[in-house]
Ligand binder design. Structure first.
Ligand SMILES: *Cc1c(COP(=O)(O)O)cnc(C)c1O
Length: 427
């Protein structure tokens, strides 16, 4: 198989003679057929072909195929956002009355999706510490548990998840492991190689990489033996009345999960990605291998500078030798751990705000993981309604500053931090 750098440039789209070199944007809601029978066979899933862009579109499919190739799966879908990707990944195998397990350090948006919205829909969730022992994980598993969920590198705490260990516990108990691989991207970590069964992405972050389009992806490894646990996953292993009694595992084998995500969830919930956004994603993918390594190298330089700075109380970056997650980082992401780091300053909230206001190159944004260096202070921005105690209960240090190192010269990023700290101290 071609190396990952080559797949970033070429996978998913192989133009023939005289075809456009760059992926064409098929901006069409629908597709034409000659006979009524041709169309009917598509709806019976007897033929494959395009009929309506809510379900499938050639541009979107080519980019999904590319992400699938990068992750090493059997199939992938693109979704309208990372939130939709995680929603689909869970709803494809869990419904009212079921139970799921998730690491408690996951992205706040996903924490709310699982802990608030899915709970309202009748899916019970247990949040566990990412460093729970095998026995603690097993103790949380119930008869109705359907899956386990974690993030390769957590947002915003940048903790590295022990995928192989969690996958072993999940599989021993007949459960699939879903991994949100947003920060690592398939260039730095391929969770399927460590036993994960399903991978999700917010492609809004490094895969796009330029802050252009919101999007997501779900990728299926094809490895989980749904039929072996047929009673637990009836949606995949028993006839689907909405497709004339078709059984996904019988008809689609290893691709059962991802086909169901399209034919069932995308059909009914419609969180589809537009062809135009898929095109932007494809542009981003073609340089992902270069960008993510540079992000990682620069972030390590910034993290080392912060670690040595007397105004800084603490720094978390898994690439730092002193970081508690460094050993896991070397195992799962040996070529780098992305551009995101977090730190706390010694001066208190008012000082934090003077520091943020003094940054020049770095912009204040509710975003991470693109080419522009940006910063977010949850205590003043996304979580400003919380007290310090509520913060700690949510697992976020009240002084946490999330810093996303972009593609500018690392010396300029460090100089920006230096001058902002000086200014904050002088007023
Ligand atoms: C941003 C993010 C999401 C949500 O993605 P959107 O594209 O913003 O909907 C999910 N998981 C992680 C790890 C993220 O960073």
């Amino acid at each position: 198989m071609a190396k990952i750098d080559t797949l970033c440039v070429h996978a998913g789209y192989n133009p023939g003679k005289g075809a456009p070199r760059q992926i064409p944007i098929i901006q069409s809601t629908t597709f034409k057929y000659e006979t009524s029978d041709q169309m009917g066979r598509l709806f019976d899933l007897e033929d494959s072909g395009y009929f309506y862009t809510r379900l499938q579109n050639p541009t979107v499919d080519a980019v999904a195929a590319q992400i699938n190739a990068l992750e090493g799966g059997v199939g992938a879908i693109l979704t309208s956002s990372g939130q939709a990707a995680n929603l689909f990944a869970v709803l494809n195998i869990a419904s009212a009355g079921d139970h799921i397990i998730a690491a408690n350090n996951i992205y706040g948006g996903t924490f709310n999706l699982l802990g608030v919205t899915l709970t309202k829909l009748g899916i019970e969730v247990s949040f566990l510490k990412a460093d729970s022992t095998d026995a603690e994980i097993e103790a949380a598993i119930k008869p109705g548990t359907k899956l386990i969920f974690g993030e390769t590198i957590s947002n915003p705490g940048v903790e590295v998840f022990d995928i192989e260990r969690w996958a072993a516990v999940a599989h021993k108990n007949g459960l699939p492991l879903i991994i949100d691989n947003t920060f690592a991207t398939p260039v730095l970590c391929r969770p399927f190689e460590w036993g994960a069964d399903i991978v999700t992405h917010s492609t809004t972050k490094y895969i796009d990489g330029h802050g252009v389009s919101v999007g997501g992806a779900v990728v299926d490894s094809g490895n989980f033996p749904w039929d072996k646990y047929s009673a637990r996953f009836p949606g995949l292993t028993t006839p689907d009345a909405s497709y004339h009694g078709l059984t996904y595992t019988k008809k689609f084998g290893k691709a059962a999960y991802i086909v169901k995500a399209t034919t069932h969830l995308m059909r009914d919930l419609g969180s589809t990605q537009s062809p135009q956004n898929a095109f932007y994603l494809h542009l981003g993918l073609q340089t992902l291998h270069l960008r993510i390594k540079r992000h990682s190298e620069s972030a390590l330089k910034v993290a080392k500078w912060l670690e040595a700075c007397p105004d800084v109380a603490w720094v978390h970056y898994p690439g730092l030798e002193s970081d508690p997650h460094h050993a896991l980082a070397l195992k799962y992401c040996p070529e780098g751990t992305s551009g995101v780091l977090c730190f706390g300053l010694k001066g208190g909230r008012a000082f934090d705000n003077r520091f943020l206001d003094s940054l020049k190159l770095t912009t204040i944004e509710t975003h991470v993981a693109d080419c522009h260096t940006c910063v977010l202070h949850p205590a003043s921005h996304t979580h400003r309604q919380l007290s310090d105690d509520q913060f700690r209960a949510a697992g976020i240090a009240p002084d946490l500053i999330r810093f996303s190192v972009g593609l500018e010269a690392p010396e300029d990023i460090i100089e920006d931090l230096r001058q902002a700290l000086e200014k904050a101290k002088s007023c």
